[in-house]
Ligand binder design. Sequence first.
Ligand code: NDP
Length: 238
Amino acid sequence: MAVGIAVFFYLLRQNAPYGRHVRPGWGPTLDNRLGWFLMEIPVVVVFLTVLLWEKPPVSAYVWLFSSCFLFHYLYRSIVFPLRLRTTGKRMPLVIVLSAICFNFVNGFFLGYYFAHFAEYPSEWWTDARFWSGMALFWLGLGINWQSDNILIRLRKPSSTGYAIPRGGLFGKVSCPNHFGEILEWTGFALMTWSLPALAFAVWTVANLAPRAWAHHRWYRETFADYPGERRALIPYVL
Ligand code: NDP
């Protein structure tokens, strides 16, 4: 979490160089969609390996939380890259390597926690932390998917330009996909009530809040007719 907070301040000064913020000077690059697959698939492998290393967990809650986590990451590592319209675009290898490092650590901590420490009483489903966290997780995932779908459909299959996104929560913020992702992992931390999931939520904010502010500034500088009432990340607030 401490490293995540340091990264947050670093990213406020230095936009992560992928997508619209890609620029020369970051070393070798690779295909954008391949990059997404290579960045994200390790977390699935590491998480499952650590979770199942000794014996499969017996707690139904652990299976439920693990399924939520894997559902997100199987989509993100396999389906999402296949759907992206970024033909010919590249991302720096250093971004891929740093995301792989993060995903190794995150997958290990969460898998190890669920395999060795997680204990939930049988009535955990009646606890406000469980159901509010679960609701937040699925609400966040819905907002994230809806917003990414709108962004992906802004382009024709072979084009790579940018347009002003409209619809869904884009009426309120520039980056509802990032807002949804933050809600998702905040909900996950709440329902699992665990330190590694809290660390993951902190890291998600550290990565995505600076990116949302950078995107917001970029939209305002790029489009003279960009809607002035839109916030960057949190509707009506930020
Ligand atoms: P972006 O919003 O930057 O881009 C998403 C996709 O939409 C990209 O293919 C992008 O193309 C395209 N796109 C974005 N804006 C426009 C526009 N105005 N017009 C046309 N196309 C557009 O998202 P990120 O790349 O930052 O993240 C992708 C997903 O991964 C998000 O759901 C995010 O929440 C998640 N993520 C999660 C992290 C975490 O820590 N949990 C960290 C990073 C991402 P292009 O690439 O060419 O710009």
